[in-house]
Write a protein that binds this ligand. Structure first.
Ligand code: PFF
Length: 488
């Protein structure tokens, strides 16, 4: 019961890979990954993060692309269609609606951070980031944020650029933009890693990123790693599913998803290799928190030969990465208005843009006039980040895993994935047991019901359940039924 292709598909073989990698590679890789790696002590965290990417991230990424392509529509429509086809309720489409809403809420604070990157590109190039110590850089950052006109102006610029590109359409807008932006990003990143390799801190940076220190492994690091795996792969926000809908039939879902996930991981690690050596060469702490990129790094660049140039290149790269992610977030909702309500793409983009500009401007006020508007101690900015990455993304992830693992006909997506049977069964087992259980741990933690000690009995109980479930799975007809020919 294949659906007809939507009126447009990616034009070239690499377009999906570039666009989806553009979505995945963003502020999460260059701003968040380095600072959380710094906070959780380096190599041990990196290992946990890689485990989460492989055990949970990639299986869900594959599921999203496959459902997008099978459903051939915006996330809500695609999910409803695939659910019906697989024998589940159409109401699963609401999961798509939640994902699009989650993406939209992310976008409302994402454009503010992206605005920082755009502003810092200019400030760095213009030499106005002059300060002799971290305190001086903090003051510059605080000044920038205290001025709603400046901060609002930059967020508005990012929002308008995003709307303009998405409004132009898939091929003329998104495909064209990523064709230039992504190679540019990779080039800049390589130049910056090359530059970092010439600094005294390079060896220390490499050791920090890759030395495995088991004493730093703990539950909290695991939770941060899992949350970040969702964010960095753009999962459960509608973006990947929306892009998957345009994937041509002959392109392999699994292979392309793997390329996207590996490219995303490579960029995060390379960003770490570009940043930590510069930090160490200047005797700074890698654990500076969210300010690492906007306070420590500009200072470090300033103290290095050619620092102004490389600093400006660095922030230009962050801006590009943020823009290609922002674009992907909006695509699902624009396609939804377009397909479901017959509104032209351009109008849909500007309509959503109106709401986006309104909320993102309010969000930007969290750093100045609206700093005292708090709920449960959180500003609007913090609240949106918390709501989406702690709740909505994991919730979307667990529901998607349950849908594919338990509600859909087990063999439904086999036609999409073209995997050897054993690998297909492995994918299903990961979605049936590993992802839901590990995500459940995140919820228990968010509710405050879980301590951080990895040796705490909860982890053992979860591990034992998982092992039992896997054993049961091998002995019962569930996944084994896959070995029978698919009903036609
Ligand atoms: N993956 C992006 C990043 O790492 O910055 C963030 C993101 C993009 C999240 C698109 C969600 C999304 F739909």
């Amino acid at each position: 019961m294949d659906r007809p292709s939507p009126h447009y598909l990616w034009r070239s073989r690499w377009a999906f890979v570039l666009a989806a990698t553009g979505s995945a590679v963003g502020l999460g890789n260059i701003w968040k990954f380095p600072y959380i790696t710094g906070e959780y002590g380096g190599g041990a965290f990196v290992l946990l993060y890689l485990l989460c990417i492989f055990l949970i991230g990639i299986p869900l990424l594959v599921a999203e692309v496959a459902i997008g392509r099978r459903g051939r529509g915006n996330p809500m429509d695609a999910l409803a269609h695939v659910a019906r086809e697989g024998g589940a309720s159409r109401h699963w489409g609401l999961l798509g609606a939640m994902a699009m809403l989650c993406g939209f809420l992310i976008l409302c604070f994402y454009v503010v951070v992206a605005g920082w990157a755009f502003a810092y590109t200019l400030k760095m190039a213009g030499g106005s980031l002059a300060g002799s110590d971290v305190a001086a850089m903090q003051a510059i950052f605080a000044d920038h944020n205290a001025d709603p006109l400046q901060l609002g102006g930059w967020s508005l610029l990012v929002a308008l650029l995003t709307l303009w590109i998405v409004g132009r359409g898939l091929q003329q807008g998104i495909e064209r933009a990523v064709r230039w932006l992504m190679p540019g990003l990779v080039l800049l990143l390589l130049v910056l890693v090359g530059y970092a390799a010439t600094t005294d801190g390079f060896a220390e940076g490499v050791t920090f990123l890759f030395r495995f220190d088991a004493s730093r492994l703990n539950g909290e690091a695991f939770l941060a790693a899992l949350g970040h795996a969702f964010f960095t792969l753009s999962l459960a926000s509608g973006a990947i599913m929306a892009y998957g809908a345009y994937l041509p039939e002959q392109q392999s879902v699994v292979r392309t998803s793997l390329i996207v996930a590996l490219a995303d991981t490579a960029v995060a690690l390379l960003a770490g290799l570009a940043i930590f050596p510069v930090i160490f060469a200047n005797d700074m702490s890698p654990a500076a928190g969210p300010g690492l990129l906007f306070m420590s790094l500009p200072l470090a660049f300033q103290q290095m030969p050619w620092g102004q140039l490389f600093g400006a290149l660095f922030f230009a790269m962050v801006s590009i990465a943020a823009l290609t992610s922002a674009i992907s977030i909006l695509e699902g909702s624009v396609a939804w208005l377009n397909e479901q309500h017959g509104i032209s793409r351009r109008r849909a983009a500007w309509l959503l843009g109106g709401v986006l500009v309104l909320i993102s401007q309010l969000t930007m006020l969290s750093f100045n006039q609206g700093a005292h508007w708090t709920l449960a101690g959180m500003t609007l900015f913090d609240g949106l980040d918390y709501l989406t990455s702690r709740w909505m993304m994991p919730l979307g992830g667990i529901l998607l895993a349950l849908l594919v693992g338990y509600r859909l006909r087990l063999d439904l997506l086999r036609d999409e994935l073209h995997l050897p049977r054993a690998l297909y069964a492995l994918w299903l087992i990961l979605l049936r047991y590993v992802s839901p259980l590990l995500i459940l741990l995140v919820f228990l933690h968010a509710l405050g019901w879980l301590g951080f000690d990895p040796l705490q009995r909860w982890y053992w109980v979860a591990g034992a359940c998982m092992a039992l479930a896997l054993l049961g799975e091998c002995l019962t007809p569930g996944v084994r039924s896959l070995y029978r020919p698919a009903p036609r």
